[in-house]
Design a binder for this molecule. Structure first.
Ligand SMILES: NC(=O)c1ccc[n+]([C@@H]2O[C@H](COP(=O)([O-])OP(=O)(O)OC[C@H]3O[C@@H](n4cnc5c(N)ncnc54)[C@H](O)[C@@H]3O)[C@@H](O)[C@H]2O)c1
Length: 387
């Protein structure tokens, strides 16, 4: 068993996602398990080059984790022959130009979503990456969550019969930042800095709907900025100019079943009365399911109770207890790590990988057309992208 190293530039590693999910929970976790086992028996060892704007922060993170390679010079990092992959978890507004540099340098690309701030940029990146003959992938972490894996299993196993509708509820209260610190970065609430819940969440909903149910063919969205004044990391008040809630209705072409409607609410101005921060309910002729991040519950038509509408009487049934828990039946690793492992195998062993910059561009397209739909107050059809 030999150790094969692979050089990876990690940009944006001082941020929430870059640090916690990608560095610590994915790549350092792969190193802790002795590297990624390959088909030929070798183990793949990620050699990490941390890139960012602040020397102090990079040095501090490197020291904390016993890493030695870090730089504030992205171009120099990309010029290194021992680097094969460029990964980007910077703020969205900085992403496109960094990805372009990495493609020019001939590196494989793995990136957080959204891949660019607009569709033209996202499509251009996918075209450039294809033309350069490099491998590319986009983070689509929700697909690898236990709850959604179980939901996908139910769909593939034919549990639902004909799927009728999907309803999703995502969100939680993000503090304004005055009397309690906000738990998300302030750029999320400024349109000029690439913020907004639509550009943040619609790319997620796109791949969840497309990969589990079918192609998304139309969008009708209503966007709001419910909280228009917030306080930033330095305690300074600012105008929140980006949408903090998006109420979307999507149509999906489900092969062999026709159109399915999905209705998904996304909000940073909602208080949670749910079991998980995101939940999807799927209703079908044969049964229904409610899937969250971790759990999934089902109700088959044969066990469906018959409630009768009578507002004069208190509810006599405990509706939640009438659902059955879907068992794990397998071990679920961290979703980000699971997807990193697939991407590394794609780069090193040419293993199949479907979540590429084109999939990323379709997510950006849904966000862009969702915003257009809200602005024009109408349903917008989603054309297929030409690659
Ligand atoms: N996959 C997911 O579930 C998920 C969840 C949250 C965020 N994201 C995406 O990850 C990316 C980072 O989000 P985050 O929440 O970690 O943000 P964050 O603000 O915590 O981190 C942003 C990172 O970008 C760097 N950066 C580079 N140029 C910058 C600039 N000009 N201004 C500010 N920061 C700059 C920061 O130093 C930091 O390392 C975003 O594109 C976001 O859409 C994905």
């Amino acid at each position: 068993m030999a150790r094969k190293t692979i050089g990876i530039v990690l940009n944006g590693v001082t941020g929430r996602m870059g640090y916690r999910q990608h560095l610590v929970r994915s790549l350092l976790a792969i190193r802790e398990q002795g590297g990624l086992p390959l088909v030929n028996g070798d183990r793949l060892w990620p050699e990490l080059v941390l890139v960012g704007r602040s020397e102090t922060k990079l040095r501090e993170i490197a020291d904390r984790h016993g890493l030695t390679d870090w730089t504030t010079d992205l171009t120099a990092a990309l010029a290194r022959p021992d680097v094969e992959i460029y990964f980007d978890a910077q703020v969205t507004a900085q992403r496109e130009k960094a990805l372009r540099l990495a493609i020019e340098a001939g590196k494989a690309i793995y990136t957080e979503k959204p891949t660019a701030e607009d569709l033209a940029g996202a499509v251009d990146l996918a075209r450039l990456a294809d033309a350069a003959g490099i491998k590319h992938g986009v983070v689509q972490d929700k697909l690898f969550l236990p709850g959604l894996r179980k939901l996908d299993r139910l769909v593939k196993g034919g549990f639902f019969g004909q799927i009728l509708s999907i309803r999703g509820e995502f969100g939680y209260w993000v503090f304004e930042g005055d009397w309690q610190a906000a738990q998300r970065p302030s750029w999320n609430y400024r349109a000029a800095d690439g913020g907004g819940i639509t550009v943040d969440m619609f790319p997620h909903w796109h791949y969840v709907l497309e990969q589990i149910f079918g192609r998304v063919t139309s969008v009708n969205a209503h966007l709001s900025t419910h909280i228009d004044r917030r306080w930033d990391e330095a305690g300074e008040a600012y105008d929140a100019t980006a949408d903090d809630a998006a109420y979307g209705i999507f149509e999906i072409d489900r092969p062999g079943q026709g159109k399915v409607v999905a209705q998904i609410n996304s909000s940073w101005a909602v208080r949670v009365y749910r079991d998980e921060l995101v939940e999807f309910q799927v209703d079908g002729t044969e049964g229904s399911a409610v899937a969250g991040l971790r759990n999934c519950r089902i109700q088959h038509r044969s066990t469906t109770p018959k409630p009768v509408w009578n507002p004069d009487l208190p509810a006599t049934e405990d509706f939640r207890s009438q659902w059955q828990v879907v068992p794990d039946n397998e071990e679920f690793d961290n979703g980000f790590k699971a997807q990193w492992e697939l991407f590394l195998r794609h780069v090193v062993e040419d293993a199949p990988y479907t979540w590429d910059l084109w999939a990323g561009a379709r997510g950006v397209q849904l966000a862009e057309l969702g915003i257009q739909s809200a602005r024009e107050g109408r349903r917008v059809e989603i054309p297929e992208l030409e690659s």
